[in-house]
Design a binder for this molecule. Sequence first.
Ligand code: D61
Ligand code: MG
Length: 412
Amino acid sequence: MGSLGAVLKHPDDLFPLLKLKRAMKHAAKQIPPEPHWGFCYSMLHKVSRSFALVIQQLDTNLRNAVCIFYLVLRALDTVEDDTSIAADVKVPILIAFHRHIYDREWHFACGEKDYKVLMDQFHHVSTAFLELGESFQKAIEDITKRMGAGMAKFILKEVETIDDYDEYCHYVAGLVGLGLSKLFHASGTEDLLSDDLSNSMGLFLQKTNIIRDYLEDINEIPKSRMFWPRQIWSKYVIKLEDLKYEENSEKAVQCLNDMVTNALMHVEDCLIYMAALRDPAIFRFCAIPQVMAIGTLALCYNNIEVFRGVVKMRRGLTAKVIDQTKTIADVYGAFFDFSCILKSKVDMNDPNAEKTRSRLNAIQKTCRDSGLLNQRKSYVVKSNPRYNTAFIVMLIIILSVIFAYLSAKRTN
Ligand code: D61
Ligand code: MG
């Protein structure tokens, strides 16, 4: 759907969308003058618009550390993701990556498009890294070392069991959570949150990505990538790729719902983690991706389109989440609302219906028990009537201007 069509269908998306556009323009203008920092921030905008926007709100010192942390790991991930590099070349690079970040001369060409530029000009990232405070450097080095070793392990091994799945997600995303908690603590505004809770923050985001990206990963050229654990999909099909064929639609959706139910396990930890944050900017930085994740799961659940193409939240809803995620009350509200949507999609005949429903009830109970649910603005389920009225008023003004213009033209 074109953007005008989307806005007409969801008029209350309009203001958040305009606000988001403005915020993105503003963020893009705030590129530092030093060439290495300039490179890092413009790269961040290119490879991750969404993270760039939330990172932008952090305090300068922490922001620089998080930006470099992101780019170092994105570069490491570019090596991991490049399916054209042979395993015997890739594995040693992944394992030694944490040493390369101290070496301004090091570089390794791989990846495509913006990722290729990041790899080719990696010296800018190293230069910026070497300017960070020592506690930030040590935290980034430690996580890079552990993530590289974990990725190397899974280059040589498939994700078979649910334990393997949790272990892989720990390496590529849970560790980001551990590292961020360290950086938040080092910046002085937060307590050091537990490794378990930090890990869950990453697992919830990564599992959502893995679920949503099924088709993209299975169709990867020259070699497909498989992250869905055999222990789950083998209950439904013989080979993971069978899920994409139309004749297996029913099994595919059941398997998908099983995967979503598995991801929902982490939600309660994530809510505890977010409730423990004190700094409003750090809070938003953490909460926005989490709300997007539960929104994405609500969209993917019971949705055959996951096996046909890209399933993404509409831009307007993303803008709304960014605009309306400010406090823990907003987060409880959003998780409650998306759990409602999920619940309404659970089919009685789904083999995991009971399990899914009980997870959703537990999430909703946590949100209710916070005592903060009625403090929130109406969120995703109900639309905000203030925006609707404003939209109609604006539409009338625009139409009147066009009408006045056309009649003036006719009289001339
Ligand atoms: C609070 C706030 C943000 C958090 C968090 C807690 C805990 C964990 C994370 C962010 C990381 C979540 C990663 C989810 C997205 N997955 C990926 O990007 C996959 O690559 C994983 C390895 C590289 C991780 C790079 C990264 C990501 C987010 C960060 C960060 C570093 C540093 C600071 C802040 C956020 C995925 O990428 C390809 C794709 O999704 O298309 C993959 O290869 O599987
Ligand atoms: Mg990867």
